[in-house]
Design a binder for this molecule. Structure first.
Ligand SMILES: *Cc1c(COP(=O)(O)O)cnc(C)c1O
Length: 221
């Protein structure tokens, strides 16, 4: 199967669901990204700021670049001129830095709050109380250049479907709570980014609006 075949197949699977596809392009050369673009993909996810910044000028300007990996505050500056969405906001410090650099570029940058939903200790993300503390703060309310558009999570690497479903349900319940409490009047807060190559059909069944798929499109890295 070619890259285009895979993208068309996944888009056909997602048709009629709430979910859209973000193609995870990390580690792949620009030629592969061009193939994905030609097949209609416009959302590209990368996990390394330098790699994303190097690829971005080589692709058409209507690509939505999504940062999906842990982001150090000192790398925000590199992405601020062009990044569409930072999916991996896991601290107030990072949120503050994104707002600052977006303002310096006269832009609004979208962000997802990343939650810790996996059993593995290593997967990063906020707890619900940490997120609520940020959202309730006066500092957050003053931020003009960052727009929170939803939540993101990475499930445990497992084939245990019941566990995956529980983790996706947990992320969805966080989303619903935050939506009702802080974003009831904000239509932009709408995304639940969950689901990867191994588990996206389950994530979609549990309400994902954005799946992040790499190896099912490009082959294994
Ligand atoms: C690499 C990565 C993906 C895509 O993983 P695949 O299994 O290749 O689909 C999705 N989300 C995050 C956060 C990633 O780092």
């Amino acid at each position: 199967m070619s890259i285009a075949d895979n993208i068309h197949r996944i888009n056909a699977e997602l048709a009629g669901t709430a979910a859209r596809l973000c193609v995870v392009t990390k580690t792949h050369p620009v030629e592969k990204l061009e193939e994905a673009y030609a097949a209609g993909a416009r959302c590209f996810g990368e996990n390394r700021p330098q790699e994303m910044a190097a690829k971005q000028p080589q692709l058409p300007p209507d690509v939505e670049w999504h940062l999906i990996g842990q982001l150090q505050t000192n790398k925000v500056k590199l992405l601020a001129p062009f990044v569409h969405t930072i999916q991996s906001i896991d601290s107030g410090k990072l949120l503050r830095e994104i707002n600052k650099h977006a303002a310096a570029n006269s832009r609004v940058i979208n962000g997802l709050l990343q939650f810790h939903i996996a059993q593995e200790e290593t997967k990063s993300g906020l707890s619900l109380p940490e997120a609520e503390e940020m959202l309730a703060s006066e500092e957050y309310r003053q931020m003009q250049n960052v727009r929170l558009t939803g939540v993101m999570g990475v499930a445990t690497f497992t084939h245990d479907e019941a566990q995956l479903r529980r983790e996706f349900q947990q992320l969805r319940s966080y989303f619903e709570h935050l939506k009702a409490t802080y974003f009831a009047d904000d239509d932009a807060f709408r995304d639940i980014s969950m689901g990867m190559s191994g588990d996206y059909p389950l994530a979609v069944a549990e309400g994902s609006t954005l799946v992040r798929v790499g190896s099912a499109i490009f082959g294994s890295r």
